[in-house]
Design a protein around this ligand. Structure first.
Ligand SMILES: Cc1cc2nc3c(=O)[nH]c(=O)nc-3n(C[C@H](O)[C@H](O)[C@H](O)COP(=O)(O)OP(=O)(O)OC[C@H]3O[C@@H](n4cnc5c(N)ncnc54)[C@H](O)[C@@H]3O)c2cc1C
Length: 384
Protein backbone atom coordinates (compact mmCIF):
# COMPACT_ATOMS: atom_id res chain seq x y z
CA UNK A 1 0.00 0.00 0.00
CA UNK A 2 1.23 3.53 -0.79
CA UNK A 3 1.30 6.28 1.84
CA UNK A 4 0.37 9.95 1.90
CA UNK A 5 3.06 12.60 1.55
CA UNK A 6 2.36 15.69 3.66
CA UNK A 7 5.86 17.08 4.08
CA UNK A 8 5.98 20.31 6.08
CA UNK A 9 6.56 23.52 4.14
CA UNK A 10 8.60 26.51 5.27
CA UNK A 11 7.23 29.70 3.75
CA UNK A 12 9.82 31.79 1.90
CA UNK A 13 10.56 35.33 3.14
CA UNK A 14 8.66 36.88 0.20
CA UNK A 15 5.49 35.04 1.27
CA UNK A 16 5.88 36.19 4.88
CA UNK A 17 6.31 39.80 3.68
CA UNK A 18 3.28 39.51 1.40
CA UNK A 19 1.08 38.45 4.35
CA UNK A 20 1.69 41.80 6.02
CA UNK A 21 0.78 43.66 2.79
CA UNK A 22 -2.44 41.68 2.38
CA UNK A 23 -3.48 42.29 5.98
CA UNK A 24 -2.87 46.04 5.59
CA UNK A 25 -4.95 46.04 2.38
CA UNK A 26 -7.80 44.16 4.08
CA UNK A 27 -7.72 46.64 6.98
CA UNK A 28 -7.82 49.61 4.57
CA UNK A 29 -10.73 48.03 2.71
CA UNK A 30 -12.59 47.52 6.03
CA UNK A 31 -13.36 43.90 5.16
CA UNK A 32 -14.00 43.22 8.86
CA UNK A 33 -17.02 45.56 8.62
CA UNK A 34 -18.73 43.39 5.98
CA UNK A 35 -21.66 41.54 7.62
CA UNK A 36 -20.58 38.09 8.91
CA UNK A 37 -23.13 36.27 6.73
CA UNK A 38 -21.49 37.83 3.65
CA UNK A 39 -18.00 37.03 4.91
CA UNK A 40 -19.02 33.33 5.14
CA UNK A 41 -18.27 31.19 2.09
CA UNK A 42 -16.78 34.35 0.61
CA UNK A 43 -15.21 32.65 -2.41
CA UNK A 44 -18.77 32.33 -3.74
CA UNK A 45 -19.54 36.03 -3.20
CA UNK A 46 -19.37 37.90 -6.53
CA UNK A 47 -18.03 41.46 -6.25
CA UNK A 48 -16.41 42.74 -9.46
CA UNK A 49 -15.36 46.03 -7.82
CA UNK A 50 -13.39 44.23 -5.11
CA UNK A 51 -11.86 41.94 -7.74
CA UNK A 52 -10.56 44.97 -9.67
CA UNK A 53 -8.94 46.32 -6.51
CA UNK A 54 -7.05 43.03 -6.14
CA UNK A 55 -6.14 43.17 -9.84
CA UNK A 56 -4.60 46.63 -9.41
CA UNK A 57 -2.28 45.12 -6.76
CA UNK A 58 -1.21 42.35 -9.15
CA UNK A 59 -3.00 39.75 -7.01
CA UNK A 60 -4.92 37.94 -9.76
CA UNK A 61 -2.97 35.52 -11.93
CA UNK A 62 0.00 36.48 -9.76
CA UNK A 63 2.04 33.36 -10.61
CA UNK A 64 1.60 33.75 -14.40
CA UNK A 65 4.27 35.05 -16.78
CA UNK A 66 4.46 38.86 -16.98
CA UNK A 67 3.81 38.79 -20.72
CA UNK A 68 0.30 37.47 -19.97
CA UNK A 69 -0.44 40.05 -17.26
CA UNK A 70 0.91 37.96 -14.36
CA UNK A 71 3.46 38.95 -11.72
CA UNK A 72 5.66 35.81 -11.81
CA UNK A 73 5.34 35.35 -8.06
CA UNK A 74 5.57 31.94 -6.40
CA UNK A 75 2.73 29.49 -5.73
CA UNK A 76 3.42 29.78 -1.99
CA UNK A 77 3.01 33.56 -2.13
CA UNK A 78 -0.31 32.96 -3.86
CA UNK A 79 -1.25 30.51 -1.11
CA UNK A 80 -0.61 33.12 1.56
CA UNK A 81 -2.69 35.67 -0.36
CA UNK A 82 -5.60 33.23 -0.64
CA UNK A 83 -5.59 32.17 3.00
CA UNK A 84 -5.54 35.79 4.17
CA UNK A 85 -8.40 36.76 1.83
CA UNK A 86 -10.51 33.77 2.85
CA UNK A 87 -9.81 34.00 6.58
CA UNK A 88 -10.90 37.66 6.45
CA UNK A 89 -14.01 36.79 4.40
CA UNK A 90 -13.13 39.00 1.42
CA UNK A 91 -15.61 38.76 -1.51
CA UNK A 92 -13.40 36.99 -4.06
CA UNK A 93 -16.00 34.97 -6.01
CA UNK A 94 -15.91 36.99 -9.25
CA UNK A 95 -12.41 35.95 -10.30
CA UNK A 96 -12.01 32.78 -8.23
CA UNK A 97 -12.62 30.23 -10.98
CA UNK A 98 -10.57 32.08 -13.62
CA UNK A 99 -7.64 32.62 -11.26
CA UNK A 100 -7.69 29.08 -9.85
CA UNK A 101 -8.30 26.92 -12.88
CA UNK A 102 -9.38 28.54 -16.16
CA UNK A 103 -6.21 30.66 -16.35
CA UNK A 104 -3.90 27.74 -15.52
CA UNK A 105 -5.78 25.58 -18.08
CA UNK A 106 -5.17 28.28 -20.72
CA UNK A 107 -1.50 28.46 -19.78
CA UNK A 108 -1.19 24.69 -20.08
CA UNK A 109 -3.33 23.93 -23.13
CA UNK A 110 -4.25 27.26 -24.75
CA UNK A 111 -2.97 28.54 -28.09
CA UNK A 112 -0.87 31.71 -28.10
CA UNK A 113 -3.87 33.69 -29.38
CA UNK A 114 -6.10 32.33 -26.58
CA UNK A 115 -3.53 33.13 -23.91
CA UNK A 116 -2.95 36.66 -25.18
CA UNK A 117 -6.64 37.36 -25.45
CA UNK A 118 -7.83 36.03 -22.09
CA UNK A 119 -5.02 35.88 -19.52
CA UNK A 120 -4.33 39.65 -19.31
CA UNK A 121 -8.11 40.29 -19.15
CA UNK A 122 -8.42 37.84 -16.24
CA UNK A 123 -5.44 39.41 -14.45
CA UNK A 124 -7.03 42.87 -14.91
CA UNK A 125 -10.22 41.64 -13.22
CA UNK A 126 -12.22 42.24 -16.40
CA UNK A 127 -12.90 38.70 -17.64
CA UNK A 128 -14.68 36.09 -15.52
CA UNK A 129 -14.99 32.38 -16.30
CA UNK A 130 -17.40 29.60 -15.40
CA UNK A 131 -16.94 25.82 -15.54
CA UNK A 132 -19.26 23.86 -17.84
CA UNK A 133 -18.67 20.29 -16.78
CA UNK A 134 -21.75 18.94 -14.94
CA UNK A 135 -24.96 17.98 -16.74
CA UNK A 136 -28.29 16.62 -15.48
CA UNK A 137 -27.07 13.04 -15.90
CA UNK A 138 -23.35 13.63 -15.67
CA UNK A 139 -21.98 14.93 -12.37
CA UNK A 140 -19.78 12.39 -10.66
CA UNK A 141 -19.79 10.37 -13.87
CA UNK A 142 -18.45 13.16 -16.09
CA UNK A 143 -17.60 10.82 -18.95
CA UNK A 144 -21.29 10.55 -19.71
CA UNK A 145 -21.68 14.20 -20.79
CA UNK A 146 -24.14 14.43 -23.67
CA UNK A 147 -23.74 18.04 -24.78
CA UNK A 148 -22.67 17.50 -28.33
CA UNK A 149 -20.25 19.37 -30.61
CA UNK A 150 -20.48 18.84 -34.36
CA UNK A 151 -17.75 20.10 -36.67
CA UNK A 152 -18.92 22.46 -39.44
CA UNK A 153 -17.08 24.47 -42.08
CA UNK A 154 -17.01 27.66 -39.97
CA UNK A 155 -16.35 26.06 -36.58
CA UNK A 156 -18.36 23.87 -34.20
CA UNK A 157 -22.08 23.68 -33.42
CA UNK A 158 -22.84 22.90 -29.77
CA UNK A 159 -26.19 21.64 -28.49
CA UNK A 160 -27.07 20.39 -24.99
CA UNK A 161 -27.34 21.44 -21.36
CA UNK A 162 -25.06 22.13 -18.41
CA UNK A 163 -26.20 22.45 -14.79
CA UNK A 164 -24.93 23.86 -11.46
CA UNK A 165 -22.78 26.31 -13.43
CA UNK A 166 -21.48 28.76 -10.82
CA UNK A 167 -21.62 32.44 -11.91
CA UNK A 168 -22.76 31.59 -15.47
CA UNK A 169 -25.06 34.62 -15.20
CA UNK A 170 -22.07 36.98 -14.75
CA UNK A 171 -19.17 35.24 -16.49
CA UNK A 172 -18.11 36.33 -19.97
CA UNK A 173 -16.56 32.94 -20.78
CA UNK A 174 -17.09 29.25 -20.08
CA UNK A 175 -14.75 26.32 -20.52
CA UNK A 176 -17.21 23.66 -21.63
CA UNK A 177 -16.65 19.91 -21.76
CA UNK A 178 -18.41 18.58 -24.87
CA UNK A 179 -18.76 15.22 -26.58
CA UNK A 180 -17.35 15.51 -30.11
CA UNK A 181 -17.06 11.80 -30.96
CA UNK A 182 -18.26 8.42 -29.73
CA UNK A 183 -15.51 5.86 -29.42
CA UNK A 184 -16.98 2.38 -28.94
CA UNK A 185 -16.04 0.95 -25.50
CA UNK A 186 -13.91 4.02 -24.60
CA UNK A 187 -16.21 6.54 -22.96
CA UNK A 188 -13.36 8.79 -21.74
CA UNK A 189 -12.33 9.44 -25.31
CA UNK A 190 -14.10 11.76 -27.74
CA UNK A 191 -14.54 14.61 -25.25
CA UNK A 192 -13.26 18.10 -26.09
CA UNK A 193 -12.97 21.41 -24.19
CA UNK A 194 -14.12 24.67 -25.79
CA UNK A 195 -13.82 28.31 -24.82
CA UNK A 196 -17.36 29.58 -25.17
CA UNK A 197 -18.31 33.26 -25.22
CA UNK A 198 -21.42 33.41 -23.02
CA UNK A 199 -22.95 36.12 -25.23
CA UNK A 200 -23.12 33.81 -28.28
CA UNK A 201 -26.65 33.50 -29.74
CA UNK A 202 -28.30 30.21 -28.73
CA UNK A 203 -27.11 30.25 -25.08
CA UNK A 204 -29.78 30.57 -22.37
CA UNK A 205 -28.81 30.92 -18.70
CA UNK A 206 -31.49 30.06 -16.16
CA UNK A 207 -30.60 30.79 -12.49
CA UNK A 208 -31.24 28.18 -9.77
CA UNK A 209 -31.92 29.77 -6.34
CA UNK A 210 -30.32 27.81 -3.46
CA UNK A 211 -31.94 26.95 -0.12
CA UNK A 212 -30.98 30.35 1.32
CA UNK A 213 -32.59 32.16 -1.65
CA UNK A 214 -29.22 33.16 -3.17
CA UNK A 215 -28.43 32.65 -6.84
CA UNK A 216 -24.91 31.32 -7.38
CA UNK A 217 -25.41 28.54 -9.89
CA UNK A 218 -27.45 28.08 -13.07
CA UNK A 219 -28.70 25.85 -15.81
CA UNK A 220 -27.11 26.69 -19.16
CA UNK A 221 -28.78 25.62 -22.42
CA UNK A 222 -26.97 25.45 -25.78
CA UNK A 223 -29.09 25.49 -28.92
CA UNK A 224 -26.90 25.10 -32.02
CA UNK A 225 -24.31 27.48 -30.58
CA UNK A 226 -21.53 28.46 -32.98
CA UNK A 227 -17.97 28.22 -31.62
CA UNK A 228 -15.11 29.15 -33.99
CA UNK A 229 -12.40 26.57 -34.67
CA UNK A 230 -9.79 28.62 -32.82
CA UNK A 231 -11.80 28.41 -29.59
CA UNK A 232 -11.12 24.69 -29.17
CA UNK A 233 -8.93 24.39 -26.06
CA UNK A 234 -6.01 21.97 -26.27
CA UNK A 235 -6.56 18.87 -28.36
CA UNK A 236 -9.75 17.53 -29.90
CA UNK A 237 -10.78 14.35 -28.05
CA UNK A 238 -8.48 14.98 -25.04
CA UNK A 239 -11.05 16.82 -22.90
CA UNK A 240 -11.16 14.15 -20.21
CA UNK A 241 -7.41 14.20 -19.60
CA UNK A 242 -7.35 18.02 -19.67
CA UNK A 243 -10.27 18.30 -17.22
CA UNK A 244 -8.93 15.82 -14.71
CA UNK A 245 -5.53 17.53 -14.68
CA UNK A 246 -7.27 20.64 -13.26
CA UNK A 247 -8.65 18.75 -10.30
CA UNK A 248 -5.65 18.93 -7.95
CA UNK A 249 -5.78 22.71 -8.39
CA UNK A 250 -9.51 22.68 -7.72
CA UNK A 251 -9.41 20.46 -4.65
CA UNK A 252 -6.52 21.34 -2.39
CA UNK A 253 -6.74 25.08 -1.79
CA UNK A 254 -7.56 26.81 1.51
CA UNK A 255 -11.15 27.36 0.29
CA UNK A 256 -11.77 23.69 1.04
CA UNK A 257 -11.65 24.17 4.81
CA UNK A 258 -12.26 27.92 5.31
CA UNK A 259 -15.82 28.30 3.93
CA UNK A 260 -17.28 28.49 7.47
CA UNK A 261 -14.38 30.45 8.98
CA UNK A 262 -16.39 33.69 9.40
CA UNK A 263 -18.61 31.79 11.83
CA UNK A 264 -15.61 30.64 13.87
CA UNK A 265 -14.44 34.29 14.05
CA UNK A 266 -17.91 35.38 15.24
CA UNK A 267 -17.90 32.59 17.85
CA UNK A 268 -14.56 33.86 19.17
CA UNK A 269 -15.97 37.40 19.34
CA UNK A 270 -19.09 36.23 21.17
CA UNK A 271 -17.11 34.05 23.59
CA UNK A 272 -14.68 36.87 24.46
CA UNK A 273 -11.49 36.30 26.42
CA UNK A 274 -13.24 34.35 29.18
CA UNK A 275 -15.57 31.77 27.55
CA UNK A 276 -18.72 31.22 29.61
CA UNK A 277 -18.34 27.44 29.95
CA UNK A 278 -15.79 24.65 29.79
CA UNK A 279 -17.71 23.18 26.83
CA UNK A 280 -17.34 26.42 24.89
CA UNK A 281 -13.63 26.64 25.75
CA UNK A 282 -13.05 23.04 24.61
CA UNK A 283 -15.04 23.49 21.40
CA UNK A 284 -13.00 26.56 20.45
CA UNK A 285 -9.72 24.82 21.31
CA UNK A 286 -10.56 21.71 19.30
CA UNK A 287 -11.69 23.68 16.28
CA UNK A 288 -8.54 25.85 16.35
CA UNK A 289 -6.38 22.70 16.45
CA UNK A 290 -8.29 21.19 13.52
CA UNK A 291 -7.99 24.38 11.46
CA UNK A 292 -4.25 24.43 12.07
CA UNK A 293 -3.82 20.78 11.05
CA UNK A 294 -5.86 21.22 7.87
CA UNK A 295 -3.91 24.36 7.08
CA UNK A 296 -0.59 22.52 7.36
CA UNK A 297 -1.88 19.73 5.10
CA UNK A 298 -3.27 22.14 2.51
CA UNK A 299 -0.03 24.15 2.57
CA UNK A 300 1.94 20.94 2.05
CA UNK A 301 -0.09 20.17 -1.10
CA UNK A 302 0.57 23.73 -2.31
CA UNK A 303 4.29 23.10 -1.74
CA UNK A 304 4.12 19.90 -3.82
CA UNK A 305 2.25 21.67 -6.64
CA UNK A 306 4.88 24.42 -6.54
CA UNK A 307 7.58 21.75 -6.89
CA UNK A 308 5.91 20.48 -10.08
CA UNK A 309 4.38 17.31 -8.62
CA UNK A 310 0.71 16.26 -8.96
CA UNK A 311 -0.43 15.34 -5.44
CA UNK A 312 -3.91 14.23 -6.59
CA UNK A 313 -4.45 11.83 -3.66
CA UNK A 314 -3.28 14.30 -1.01
CA UNK A 315 -5.47 16.99 -2.60
CA UNK A 316 -8.46 14.64 -2.31
CA UNK A 317 -7.62 13.97 1.37
CA UNK A 318 -7.45 17.70 2.11
CA UNK A 319 -10.78 18.30 0.38
CA UNK A 320 -12.51 15.40 2.12
CA UNK A 321 -11.28 16.28 5.62
CA UNK A 322 -11.59 20.03 5.00
CA UNK A 323 -15.18 19.75 3.73
CA UNK A 324 -16.15 17.56 6.68
CA UNK A 325 -14.71 20.18 9.05
CA UNK A 326 -16.35 23.22 7.40
CA UNK A 327 -19.63 21.31 7.17
CA UNK A 328 -19.62 20.26 10.84
CA UNK A 329 -18.50 23.65 12.13
CA UNK A 330 -22.00 25.26 11.93
CA UNK A 331 -23.57 22.28 13.73
CA UNK A 332 -20.92 22.41 16.46
CA UNK A 333 -21.39 26.16 16.86
CA UNK A 334 -25.17 25.66 17.02
CA UNK A 335 -24.78 23.07 19.78
CA UNK A 336 -22.51 25.25 21.88
CA UNK A 337 -24.51 28.41 21.18
CA UNK A 338 -27.64 26.75 22.56
CA UNK A 339 -25.91 25.49 25.69
CA UNK A 340 -23.28 28.17 26.45
CA UNK A 341 -24.25 31.45 24.76
CA UNK A 342 -27.54 33.29 25.07
CA UNK A 343 -27.80 33.56 21.28
CA UNK A 344 -30.12 36.34 20.13
CA UNK A 345 -31.72 36.02 16.69
CA UNK A 346 -30.49 39.22 15.08
CA UNK A 347 -26.76 39.03 15.86
CA UNK A 348 -23.97 38.57 13.29
CA UNK A 349 -23.29 35.14 14.85
CA UNK A 350 -26.93 34.04 14.49
CA UNK A 351 -27.19 35.29 10.89
CA UNK A 352 -23.94 33.62 9.78
CA UNK A 353 -25.02 30.44 11.57
CA UNK A 354 -28.44 30.41 9.86
CA UNK A 355 -26.84 30.89 6.43
CA UNK A 356 -24.19 28.21 6.91
CA UNK A 357 -26.63 25.66 8.34
CA UNK A 358 -28.52 25.97 5.05
CA UNK A 359 -25.62 26.14 2.60
CA UNK A 360 -22.93 23.91 4.14
CA UNK A 361 -24.48 20.62 2.89
CA UNK A 362 -23.29 21.68 -0.59
CA UNK A 363 -19.65 22.01 0.52
CA UNK A 364 -19.00 18.28 0.08
CA UNK A 365 -20.66 18.20 -3.36
CA UNK A 366 -18.97 21.03 -5.29
CA UNK A 367 -15.62 20.04 -6.81
CA UNK A 368 -16.36 16.30 -6.50
CA UNK A 369 -18.43 14.53 -3.87
CA UNK A 370 -17.14 12.88 -0.70
CA UNK A 371 -17.80 9.36 -2.06
CA UNK A 372 -15.93 10.10 -5.30
CA UNK A 373 -12.97 11.57 -3.41
CA UNK A 374 -12.78 8.53 -1.17
CA UNK A 375 -12.71 6.38 -4.30
CA UNK A 376 -9.79 8.49 -5.60
CA UNK A 377 -7.97 8.11 -2.28
CA UNK A 378 -8.52 4.34 -2.16
CA UNK A 379 -7.25 3.96 -5.72
CA UNK A 380 -4.23 6.14 -4.98
CA UNK A 381 -3.37 3.96 -1.99
CA UNK A 382 -3.68 0.80 -4.09
CA UNK A 383 -6.76 -0.40 -2.21
CA UNK A 384 -9.05 -0.76 -5.25
C1 LIG B 1 -22.39 24.83 -4.83
C2 LIG B 1 -22.09 24.02 -6.05
C3 LIG B 1 -21.45 24.62 -7.11
C4 LIG B 1 -21.17 23.88 -8.27
N1 LIG B 1 -20.57 24.51 -9.32
C5 LIG B 1 -20.34 23.82 -10.46
C6 LIG B 1 -19.78 24.48 -11.60
O1 LIG B 1 -19.48 25.68 -11.57
N2 LIG B 1 -19.60 23.77 -12.73
C7 LIG B 1 -19.91 22.44 -12.81
O2 LIG B 1 -19.69 21.84 -13.87
N3 LIG B 1 -20.46 21.78 -11.76
C8 LIG B 1 -20.69 22.45 -10.58
N4 LIG B 1 -21.25 21.81 -9.51
C9 LIG B 1 -21.69 20.43 -9.67
C10 LIG B 1 -20.88 19.41 -8.91
O3 LIG B 1 -19.61 19.22 -9.49
C11 LIG B 1 -21.72 18.11 -8.90
O4 LIG B 1 -22.85 18.36 -8.09
C12 LIG B 1 -20.97 16.94 -8.36
O5 LIG B 1 -19.93 16.57 -9.23
C13 LIG B 1 -21.90 15.74 -8.14
O6 LIG B 1 -22.64 15.46 -9.30
P1 LIG B 1 -24.23 15.28 -9.25
O7 LIG B 1 -24.79 16.47 -8.55
O8 LIG B 1 -24.69 14.95 -10.62
O9 LIG B 1 -24.49 14.04 -8.29
P2 LIG B 1 -24.41 12.50 -8.68
O10 LIG B 1 -23.16 12.23 -9.45
O11 LIG B 1 -25.70 12.06 -9.26
O12 LIG B 1 -24.23 11.84 -7.25
C14 LIG B 1 -25.33 11.67 -6.34
C15 LIG B 1 -24.79 10.93 -5.11
O13 LIG B 1 -24.31 9.62 -5.50
C16 LIG B 1 -22.96 9.45 -5.10
N5 LIG B 1 -22.22 8.71 -6.13
C17 LIG B 1 -22.22 8.96 -7.46
N6 LIG B 1 -21.40 8.09 -8.09
C18 LIG B 1 -20.86 7.28 -7.13
C19 LIG B 1 -19.93 6.21 -7.15
N7 LIG B 1 -19.37 5.78 -8.28
N8 LIG B 1 -19.60 5.63 -5.95
C20 LIG B 1 -20.14 6.06 -4.80
N9 LIG B 1 -21.05 7.08 -4.73
C21 LIG B 1 -21.39 7.69 -5.87
C22 LIG B 1 -22.40 10.86 -4.98
O14 LIG B 1 -21.30 10.91 -4.09
C23 LIG B 1 -23.60 11.63 -4.45
O15 LIG B 1 -23.69 11.49 -3.07
C24 LIG B 1 -21.54 22.51 -8.34
C25 LIG B 1 -22.18 21.91 -7.26
C26 LIG B 1 -22.47 22.65 -6.13
C27 LIG B 1 -23.18 21.97 -4.99
Amino acid sequence: MSAFAFDPVVLPAAAVALRADVRAFLRDERVDAIPAARRANSWSVFDATFTRKLARRGWIGMTWPKRYGGAERSALERYVLLEELLAAGAPVGAHWIADRQSGPALLRYGSEMQRERYLPAIADGECFFCIGMSEPNAGSDLASVRTRGVKAADGWRITGQKVWTTHAQQAQMMIALVRTATVEGKRHEGLTQFLVDMKTPGITVRPIPDLAGEVHFNEVFFDDVHVPHDMLLGQEGRGWQQCTSELSLERSGPERYLSSHALFVELLRAAGTAPASETLRQTIGRMAAEIWTLRQMSLSVAGQLAAGRDPAVEAAVVKDLGNSFEQELPRRVQAVADSSLALEDDTPLARALALLLQTSPSFSLRGGTREILRGVIARGLGLR
